[in-house]
Design a protein around this ligand. Structure first.
Ligand code: BV8
Ligand code: ZN
Length: 245
């Protein structure tokens, strides 16, 4: 794969790059993307209808089981070359910030440290009342496990639609996007807010915006460079081309 020489030159000079990833970066690990995740007994539900506090209030067991099913799916996969290429960038450029919408934890598993998990992490469980985190919980009680402190229902530590993102995480992400000199948007359809506005914040501050996605998104026409392809193939190639690895 060849990349425009001026882009290579630009990225060789980058000191504060940022990458925002979505479900597409985990697709080559065998995890379905958010939009294509609904298969089998979950096919009848739209993900954003399940990932909401209203849905949990309406039927906590249904939502608990959906996340238990997704936790098992994550346990069965491993990071792919796209995740590892982002680990390489962190080693090469100390001020690199990785922002992810993914709750699968695969970036950390790959070895990325400076990761902002904007929408939480599916492996973490906490009380829906007193916010206490549960290290262990009994999954086969036939009902939703309860908090040992206050008896509240346990829930996944993810941000549901209609819920605010954690303030410090969002502020760090917005700051990183505003201060960056290069912004990579990787494997995301760019529709969920506020994450989808970060690329525009970077572009408005003069950063070069590079999109790597399997299909066009609303950002494609606004990006300085847009590569339509698989992140697990394109990212390692780009890292090799820029940093002669
Ligand atoms: C909030 C965790 C308010 C849970 C998630 C402004 C305008 C319109 C709507 C809103 C707005 N502001 C807020 C909203 C509402 C809403 C929103 O954005 N709705 C959308 C649907 C329009 N936002 C919210 O509700 C946010 N909260 O606003 O709170 C508030 C404020 C203060 C006080 C109180 C309340 C919360 C948003 C977070 C929701 N939680 N996840 C869980 O996972 O179960 S969002 C979830 O969906 C993911 O985290 C991710 O963000 C999103 C899925 O998107 P992607 O990751 O991009 O995945 P997708 O499948 O869509 O696309 C994959 C792409 O990859 C595709 O393009 C595909 O082509 C590509 N691809 C596939 N394979 C590959 C590939 N690319 C490269 N390589 C491959 N191999
Ligand atoms: Zn509690």
């Amino acid at each position: 794969m060849t990349f425009p020489p001026e882009l290579i030159a630009l990225l060789r000079g980058t000191v504060k790059p940022v990458a925002l990833t979505g479900a597409g970066v985990s697709q080559e690990s065998g995890l379905r993307t958010f939009r294509d995740a609904q298969v089998g007994l979950w096919a009848q539900y739209k993900p954003e209808d399940l990932a909401s506090p209203e849905a949990f209030r309406r039927d906590p067991k249904l939502i608990w089981d959906w996340y238990a099913w997704r936790r098992e799916a994550v346990k069965a996969v491993r990071p792919n070359a796209g995740h590892y290429a982002l680990v390489e960038i962190e080693k090469l450029v100390p001020e690199f910030t990785l922002i992810t919408q993914n709750v699968d934890g695969l970036h950390r598993m790959a070895g990325s440290n400076n990761v902002l998990e904007l929408h939480g992490n599916i492996q973490r469980v906490r009380c829906s009342e007193c916010y206490t985190f549960a290290e262990t919980w009994d999954d086969d009680t036939g009902s939703v496990p309860r908090c040992k402190l206050c008896g509240g229902l346990l829930r996944p530590d993810v941000v549901w639609f209609g819920e605010a993102l954690r303030r410090e995480q969002l502020e760090s992400a917005v700051e990183a996007a505003r201060m960056c000199d290069a912004f990579f948007s990787i494997g995301t359809s760019g529709v969920v807010q506020p994450a989808a506005s970060l690329a525009y914040a970077a572009r408005n501050r003069g950063a070069v915006v590079v999109e790597i996605n399997a299909e066009p998104t609303p950002l494609t026409v606004k990006a300085n460079y847009a590569f339509q392809g698989k992140s697990g193939e394109t990212l390692p190639e780009l890292v090799k081309a820029v940093w002669n690895l």
